[in-house]
Design a protein around this ligand. Structure first.
Ligand code: PLP
Length: 393
């Protein structure tokens, strides 16, 4: 009953180009092309490895493709928020020395046991008694466990909230903490302020809820994981500087008065979004309607989520008679952009501002495409983008 492990496409096998225009000119791709930008993976990891006052884990769900995982690993990330047994298995088979943390509050029966026994996972999350009981039954060696109680933290500032499905309140959280201590495991706490969170203050507010929960329980926690939520640059979504997040988090932690408390975070989007661009081609123009070779059933699903009212930054190119990919310049115009399938819903939810001169055969390059894109693509209607290139020296 092993979940499939993604087939390996080692970084060295991916064609290398010096720039995106050079790749467009050389390939003139009919199919969408994922473009890996290793320097951006590195910069994103460094931001957390040097600026975050604790251990950053990579939330694998954001982009579990081997191409991205290899670049995250090469950038120095060694801890992984693996939220299913399949993710644990994939990470440990690919990087045997990686440390996996099973950070999903609801696990399939037997999966905590398998993660512990087969892969040495000792960090787990719960947000209710049922899951705590199940975990304690599946892993009888309680002393080895560090169990994180997940608090709800719907505090505003995030485009996608993650607290209506998971997370408990301080009262119930305190009960869970006491039960964890009584069972002989190490008690810890976690929250997720929501994805694409542009309010650093939400993390401080969540730490305050943690403080109240600890006070109520009267226990000393062994670790705090402040979740993911750190944003990526998209259109129509102003981002505060990252320093503000880390400073705000440090100030909030000081109020806990536990200077040696091990701290973790689990960013997904912030570690991979900027590391990938996507080259698409315009297949047809009908007035102000464009039909391109990728859409919501492929890499653009996230744009259709309620509340995710942003777009990917884009640029456009045309291959000249001389064989060079030249940027399209001039006035821009709003276009309705459709994907390649026969479904009417296969359309980007908002008009895209693109050059007035754009035509069939031109290329649109979308940036910040590394998170929640390739991970959720489907094979619907026979389309499945899976061509990869890399930009580098
Ligand atoms: C428990 C948990 N941790 C981390 C993440 C990653 O969040 P983000 O990509 O916003 O950093 C998610 C996203 O769904 C999550 O559910």
């Amino acid at each position: 009953m092993n979940a499939p492990v993604p087939t390996v496409l080692a970084g060295k096998d991916i064609p290398l180009y010096s720039s995106i225009p050079e790749a467009i000119a050389a390939l003139r791709p009919i199919e969408p092309v994922y473009v890996l930008l290793p320097h951006k993976f590195k910069a994103a990891a460094e931001r957390f490895l040097t600026g975050f006052p604790g251990t950053p884990m990579y939330a694998v769900k954001a982009n579990p493709l081997p191409q991205a995982m290899d670049l995250v690993w090469a950038s120095g990330i060694r801890h992984f928020d693996t939220a299913s047994l399949g993710e644990v298995r994939m990470v440990k088979e690919r990087f045997p020395s990686a440390v996996c943390h099973f950070m999903a509050p609801v696990r399939l029966p037997g999966h905590a046991k398998a993660a512990f026994e087969q892969y040495g996972v000792t960090d787990f999350v719960v947000d209710c008694e049922f899951e705590l009981d199940k975990l304690l039954r599946e892993v009888p060696d309680h002393k080895s466990l560090r169990i994180f109680v997940r608090l709800a933290a719907q505090l505003g500032g995030a485009l996608l909230e993650l607290s209506s499905k998971f997370g408990t309140n301080p009262e119930e959280g305190a009960k869970l903490l006491k039960r964890i201590v009584a069972a002989g495991a190490a008690p810890a706490m976690t929250f997720h302020v929501g994805s694409q969170c542009v309010s650093p203050f939400s993390y401080a507010q969540a730490v305050e809820i943690v403080r109240r929960t600890i006070d109520r329980a009267g226990v000393t926690i062994a670790a705090l994981d402040i979740g993911g939520g750190f944003p990526a640059p998209y259109l129509n979504n102003e981002l505060p500087p990252y320093l503000w997040y880390f400073d705000t988090i440090k100030e909030a932690l000081a109020t806990l008065d536990m200077p040696d408390l091990p701290l973790l975070c689990e960013p997904g989007r912030a570690l991979v979004a900027e590391g990938m661009s996507l080259i698409t081609q315009v297949v047809l123009r009908k007035g102000d309607r464009l039909y391109i070779n990728d859409g919501p059933y492929g890499s653009f699903d996230e744009l259709t989520l309620p509340g995710f009212d942003v777009d990917y930054p884009s640029s456009t190119y045309r291959v000249s008679q001389a064989g060079k990919a030249e940027p399209l310049i001039g006035a821009v115009h709003p276009y309705r952009v459709y994907g390649p399938t026969c479904d009417t819903l296969d359309v980007l939810p908002r008009p895209q501002m693109l050059p007035a001169s754009i035509a069939a055969g031109d290329f649109i390059v979308f940036d910040s495409m590394g998170s929640y894109t390739v991970a959720v693509r489907t094979t619907f209607n026979g389309f499945f983008p899976d061509t990869w290139i890399q930009i580098g020296q």
